[in-house]
Write a protein that binds this ligand. Structure first.
Ligand SMILES: *Cc1c(COP(=O)(O)O)cnc(C)c1O
Length: 396
């Protein structure tokens, strides 16, 4: 007999099934750097975020293994208890230098960072005496969030006790209008590269706008870190002026986790005021080792970054030839808007038949009627792999 809870959950799943929106986990393998489906067939990976191939780089995997051997598999505690090893602080210093910031702080994941740093900051900004969550109306903080911001940012906004205003995607005039109407403190949230459309925020203009309105600017560099900006330092590195720069270490860095970089005051305050930092176990040594090695490698990978940009350019050109809208993509993330969910799923299936893994992205992740194939390319896709991908795209 199913429990009442299971009965409820089964009803929900059946409702998703009925509209073809039930998601399922599909097993793949990644042995020896080759992506294979459950049947063992090799696929061209056009969907992962391992943009520079670092998750399989020998220096990265060797240092992960070495640090695990030397320091243990797990972290023994949260950072404020006994989880702050010298290697943790050394990696944070290296990250701060990489981002050109005074300080940096590691988080367990990008989701955790956005989901907890945003409400913590909004809370302290909304109080006269700095007590988290003590929102007094005179200083009421408002959050201004781009319409295409990642689910983890949306989650952070929902948890925050401040009012969130969503501005139209990359529409700085709209943002300006909204900022003008708010007298209290202001926090602007944006990604530097948007995860679904592959376009960029105009960070220099956002920095100027934030300055003009006395707003704090929070930039999520999940898809730019390691890939864009001078030596892959991200787009915020190019213009300076963002107050909070967040990025992830599980994408181009090939490891796991996330960081927040900014002023010494920001980082010292987060150590005291951010529950998602305080009440969680420190990152394990293997992850720290992988991040440390990636930080040694990333600045010197201009050739890989050029290769990645060229792969994306070739794909956009092929899609344009077939009259597929690639939205504003100028990065390694390239959408091909298909329209209906059924057509997007069918296109993904056809690519898979041709040996290409490119996933269909559907509502609720993207708006209705804009179901799409979302390609996320890597510098490790060589000419042969790209030729196969472009040939399959040509058949769509
Ligand atoms: C992937 C992603 C995150 C979440 O990072 P994880 O480390 O995978 O939890 C946050 N923001 C954006 C824009 C992302 O694409």
């Amino acid at each position: 007999m199913a429990s009442p809870l299971d009965t409820l959950l089964q009803q929900q799943l059946a409702a998703l099934d009925a509209v073809h929106r039930r998601r399922r986990l599909r097993p793949v393998s990644w042995a020896d750097g080759v992506l294979r489906d459950a049947g063992g067939r090799a696929l061209v990976d056009a969907s992962s975020n391992d943009y520079l191939g670092l998750s399989r780089h020998p220096l990265v995997t060797a240092r992960a293994a070495e640090w695990a051997q030397r320091h243990g598999a797990g972290a023994p505690a949260s950072r404020l208890i006994t989880g702050t090893r010298e290697i943790t602080l050394a990696v944070e210093e290296k990250l701060a230098a990489f981002k050109g910031c005074e300080a940096a702080l590691l988080f367990s994941s990008g989701f955790q960072a956005n989901a907890t740093v945003i409400p913590a900051l909004a809370g302290v900004m909304g109080s006269a005496d700095g007590k988290v969550g003590a929102g007094d109306t005179a200083n009421a903080t408002a959050i201004f969030s781009d319409a295409l911001n990642h689910a983890s940012i949306v989650h952070g906004c929902r948890v925050a006790r401040s009012k969130t205003q969503v501005f139209r995607h990359n529409d700085l005039q709209h943002l300006d209008d909204l900022l003008r109407q708010h007298a209290g403190r202001k926090l602007i949230l944006t990604e530097s590269v948007f995860s679904m459309d592959g376009d960029r925020a105009d960070l220099p203009a956002l920095v100027r706008l934030a300055e003009r309105h006395g707003a704090a600017l929070y930039v999520d560099e999940a898809h730019a870190s390691g890939v864009l900006g001078p030596q892959g330092r991200g787009l915020a590195a190019e213009c300076g002026g963002a107050d909070i720069v967040m990025g992830t270490l599980g994408k181009a860095f090939g490891a796991f986790g996330a960081y927040v970089a900014g002023s010494r005051a920001l980082i010292d305050w987060l150590v005291n005021g951010c529950p998602g930092f305080i009440y969680t176990t420190a990152l394990p040594p293997a992850v720290l080792g992988a991040v440390d090695a990636a930080l040694d490698l990333v600045p010197g990978m201009d050739a890989e970054r050029a290769r990645l940009a060229q792969n994306a350019q070739r794909l956009r050109a092929a899609l344009a030839l077939r009259k597929h809208d690639t939205l504003g993509s100028t990065t390694q993330i390239v959408p091909a808007v298909i329209g209906s969910e059924a057509d997007a799923l069918a296109a993904a299936r056809r690519l898979e038949d041709a040996g290409i893994l490119a996933v269909a992205i559907r509502p609720p992740t993207v708006p209705d009627g804009t179901s799409r194939l979302r390609f996320a390319l890597g510098s490790h896709l060589d000419d042969a792999a790209m030729d196969r991908l472009l040939a399959a795209v040509g058949e769509l």
